[in-house]
Design a protein around this ligand. Structure first.
Ligand code: AMP
Ligand code: MG
Length: 400
């Protein structure tokens, strides 16, 4: 059985990379991945400008005038830079161009103005308040490499750099199917023995946030022929993700059907939850993930395997943030598999604490209400005691 790292490495090595790209308006590009490195169109700042509201002057004029300069003209945002008349000072506002002939800004708080004459304090030489052209980035500078996924923060930088369009990879197409005779969608009353389908619903939601194009294959019965007919079109998609039926039960037909349609690269990973998971290929471009049916296993294996696969497919390098936290309670376990516990992370006085939530069964969703991170426990570990250090992975930065 593969370890987590071996399974992730196998996925990284086998995933094909996106080839199709499209050009999008910057306003449509959040969550998408650059198919070409993006350079700045302009310098930022585009011109020398004032960092403060105040007065622009030439430092050389100070000594001869004892710091008293008549105020002449003003520099406002949106105007082209004017010319400072020698021996005068110009009113200036934050972001406005530095007039030609000026080399200093005094902030208005330190300047006294009476009868249109500005009196500067003796030590006024405040070049600091000039934002220099190009000090942030320069025209032609590479801002982002190919494979970078665009965040809302990146939209600010790209817009400021004069980028109106970006070339991004076409969205990966992902067929999502839930398998199980017991599953019905929420909204219909449950008959005896039925449960509401939640894995496909969550998988679709996660994929949408990751910039994928989801094809909802619905709920399919545990019947090899039916499943085969639904998955027959698998090779049309970049990814196929199923949930359930990947274990060893009599009705676990997913692996069998994938083995007919393509090839299984690995099955089972030494982790808890999520051991029965299959990864493989159909045709020359389609990757499939047969995720386990237990809802928590499905969520965690999506994070551990599908997210890195999508990142790699997009020519990116997947990492996640592992931090050290102090535990707030005890947790005992038997060694053998790497384990991920649902945890509640919090900070206090600059330290990170983790609480292993009660209700860790992989069928138990109630705990998700409080989950904002995972506690990662090594294969050989027997658990931990309150006050021990553990490795945690934040899952959301929203802590309430
Ligand atoms: P399986 O992997 O098919 O053996 O399913 C394991 C457990 O997860 C069973 O209790 C299933 O009822 C449950 N399960 C499987 N698929 C889903 C799903 N899509 N939504 C919610 N529960 C599921
Ligand atoms: Mg099942």
């Amino acid at each position: 059985m593969l370890s987590l790292e071996q399974a992730q490495a196998a996925i990284r090595d086998r995933i094909t990379r996106a080839t199709r790209s499209q050009t999008l308006a910057l306003s449509d590009a959040v969550g998408r991945t650059l198919a070409r490195a993006r350079v700045a169109v302009v310098d930022n700042p585009a011109f020398d400008n004032s960092a403060m509201d105040g007065y622009a002057y030439n430092a050389a004029d100070m000594a001869s005038t004892q710091g008293r300069l008549p105020v002449q003209g003003e520099s406002r945002c949106g105007n082209a830079p004017g010319m400072l008349t020698p021996g005068t000072t110009m009113r200036i506002f934050t972001g406005a161009p530095i007039p030609k002939g000026a080399d200093s800004i005094a902030i208005q708080e330190v300047v006294q103005v009476a009868d249109n004459v500005a009196v500067f304090p003796a030590a006024a030489k405040n070049e600091d308040f000039i934002r220099r052209r190009g000090e942030d980035f320069r025209s032609g500078e590479v801002l982002y490499p190919l494979g970078h996924r665009i965040t809302p923060m990146d939209i600010a930088l790209l817009a400021a750099a004069g980028v109106s369009q970006v070339e991004v990879f076409a969205k990966p197409t992902v067929l999502v199917v839930a398998t199980g005779d017991e599953l019905v969608p929420p909204g219909t009353p449950l008959q005896a023995g039925q449960i509401y389908e939640s894995n496909r619903a969550a998988t679709i939601a996660q994929l949408s946030l990751l910039g994928a194009e989801v094809i909802d294959g619905g709920i399919v019965k545990d019947n090899p022929e039916t499943l085969h007919s639904v998955l027959a079109a698998a090779s049309n998609y970049d990814f196929v993700i199923t949930s359930g039926g990947a274990s060893v039960g009599d009705h676990d037909v997913v692996k069998q059907v994938f083995a007919q349609l393509g090839s299984i690269e690995f099955w089972r990973v030494k982790i808890k939850p999520g051991k029965p998971l299959a990864f493989g290929r159909v045709g020359d471009k389609t990757h499939f993930f047969a995720l386990p049916g237990n809802p928590v296993s499905s969520l965690i294996t999506f994070k551990l395997f599908v997210e890195p696969a999508l990142k790699t497919w997009h020519h990116g390098v997947w990492t996640w943030l592992e931090l050290t936290a102090t535990t707030e309670n005890d947790f005992r376990r038997s060694p053998g598999r790497m384990e991920f516990l649902r945890g509640r992370l919090r900070t206090q006085d600059g330290r990170l604490y983790a609480h292993a939530l009660p209700g860790q069964g992989s069928h138990m969703l109630g705990t998700l209400r409080l989950t904002n991170g995972l506690i990662k426990i090594g294969e050989e570990s027997l658990g931990f005691k309150a006050g021990d250090s553990v490795t945690v992975v934040p899952m959301t930065l929203e802590l309430s």
